[in-house]
Write a protein that binds this ligand. Structure first.
Ligand code: MN
Length: 333
């Protein structure tokens, strides 16, 4: 049993949060634990740095998610704080110092490897890098707390797993996500609706946007690396939300010859949110860490500042090193 279980049982007030630009895994995790902890009489609040993207409002039917710049009331002292789907306090922006000072203990619940630049003690994390999603860890946590599942808890966990595995595309050989999903489907949840909310949510403008972007993909490293750039002006022209750019890199990854892909999203002038994906031969979390970011072995990211040509060159150099090592290994057999 995790040493934190007793502490959770003893806690009276708990604050739940997730990283900036929250996604289906972080939101699903916090909503699931919210209802579970409410069921055992805890005082719970969900406070995020950013507002909830519109495709996830189906998880927020009771308006339980608050955003930091629009709080219902100030953040009071709490026994525990949980941060889902990251262990990088940087991704909590200016909410981090508040949580740190108001919560007796802050715990990172996550499936990303612990960052070298921010080590965590055992009572500061519930991390399982083998888990398909943070939602899967929350499922285990709710079981350990012996809180009975119901539809209100099952729906957000199911959403977490579906989102992070891209509908069971990234299960990494483990049957666990399928087994958990099968258990969750015993409750009154509608998997078709979850699919529609998460993936069948394109607007006509999104399709126009995709047709523009996908026409500009560049190939480097003898066709093994795909690069794609999302410009702020193009998003603004078609009214595209930041959250709507997430699936582009997965589309690039469907190109057969590609081993890895990079997406540069221009968030501001000379500021890029960069995502890395790999099909499995290359690991991209070391590369992301060396560029100030982090993430999983095969899905990671960072933020870089500077003119695009410079940023692109830095990223390309880092990949050249990875591909060189790969090719040398192939030669030496
Ligand atoms: Mn995740």
């Amino acid at each position: 049993m995790h040493p934190l279980i007793q502490e959770i049982q003893a806690a009276r007030s708990v604050v739940l949060s997730t990283h900036t630009q929250p996604d289906g895994d972080g939101i699903g995790s916090q909503v699931a634990l919210y209802w579970a902890l409410r069921k055992i009489g805890k005082n719970v609040r969900i406070i995020n740095v950013d507002a909830i993207p519109k495709k996830y409002v189906f998880l927020n039917t009771h308006q339980i998610i608050e955003s930091f710049d629009n709080l219902k009331s100030p953040i009071e002292k709490a026994d525990l704080g949980f941060i889902f789907d990251t262990n990088d306090p940087k991704l909590l922006l200016n909410l981090w110092p508040q949580l740190k000072s108001q919560c007796r203990r802050v715990v990172f619940v996550d499936h990303h490897p612990i960052l070298d630049r921010h080590p965590l003690k055992s009572d500061e994390n519930i991390i399982d890098v083998e888990a398909s999603s943070t939602g899967q860890i929350v499922f285990d946590l709710i079981k350990s707390l012996q809180i009975p599942l119901d539809a209100q808890i099952a729906l957000p966990i199911y959403t977490s797993i579906i989102f992070d595995t891209n509908y069971f595309r990234y299960v990494r050989g483990s049957p666990t996500p399928h087994l958990i999903a099968a258990e969750l489907l015993r409750y009154d949840i509608d998997p078709l609706n979850v699919h529609r909310r998460l993936f069948g949510n394109h607007t006509p403008n999104k399709l126009k946007f995709l047709s523009q972007i996908l026409g500009t993909v560049e190939y480097e490293m003898a066709g093994r690396l795909g690069l794609v750039r999302v410009k702020k002006a193009d998003m603004a022209n078609l009214g595209i939300e930041m959250d709507e750019t997430r699936d582009i890199i997965d589309m690039v990854m469907n190109v057969e010859t590609i081993e890895a892909a990079v997406l540069f999203r221009e968030d501001d002038k000379d500021q890029f949110k960069i995502s890395f994906r790999s099909k499995g031969i290359l690991t991209v979390n070391g590369l992301a860490q060396s560029l100030g970011g982090g993430g999983h072995q095969f899905a990671s990211g960072t933020t870089l500042k500077g003119p695009f040509a410079e940023v692109r060159k830095n990223v390309l150099n880092a990949f050249a090193t990875l591909f060189d090592a790969l090719d040398r290994k192939a030669v030496s057999g």
